[in-house]
Design a protein around this ligand. Sequence first.
Ligand code: CP
Length: 307
Amino acid sequence: MKHLMSPLDFSVDELDRILDLANDMENHPQKYAHACAGKKLATLFYEPSTRTRLSFEAAMLNLGGSVLGFSSADSSSAAKGESVSDTIRVISCYADICAMRHPKEGAPMVAAAKSSIPVINAGDGGHQHPTQTLTDLLTIRTLKGRLNDLTIGLCGDLKFGRTVHSLIHALVRYPNVRFVLISPDELRIPDYIKENVLDKNNVPYKEVERLEEALPELDLLYMTRVQKERFFNEEDYVRMKDFYILDKKKMELAPDDMLVLHPLPRVNEISVEVDSDPRAVYFKQAQFGVYVRMALILTLLGIKVEE
Ligand code: CP
């Protein structure tokens, strides 16, 4: 039985197979419409979510399976003090696979240790968000045609943004990838990622504060929201929240083939006027999230669909 805690739980070859499967699911949805008949997915969300929880549920329904779960800690017995370990033992009796989001780093790993069904980390605190990374990789590979030879700008809250942390872990495994880390001083990427991931893999990167300076050299711009829920005080959040706003004028500085991604939700960091720019692919990215989660569910359940 395999769980998914980090994007590194899959080799590059395994990831390629999941992305190939997701592309096939997009092109031939009927072929997979009953692949999970009789199977149940539990979504255990101790933290708010729109895309991750509902795209997991849509994915399982698209595969002919069923879904159950809770969307907040308050509506589960966590509110009465039940531990994650006890909860997963019980959920293992009810479902075949589960996706868990939790505000505490490592909580899905604690669950996996006690689970008798595959556990998928659907975001743990400021740590990792591996299924967002699968979504991002599928979006980039499908729309850009490659995962190598890319200059990627990561912009915004690089300190608390778990999507950025997971994406860096995944992309350093592809040749000739370099990063431009765009953030205010207070929201810079944590040192452990610079030392243990970027430096260790000899991946070139630079840190800049001005988005305008970075834009002309980028193949991809990955915008992120300032993570209000991870700040210790409101004052710091208010000071930081509008540090970057990507608008039409800034987009004029970017190459014609640069893609703009964002894991969403967006707050103010991308002006709505950018949505109609063909380079803005963040809503397509959300759609890719359904296909890749379908592919992940089939892979973790070990279900093969014949040609
Ligand atoms: N991208 C993402 O994780 O969105 P949600 O928080 O809405 O799930």
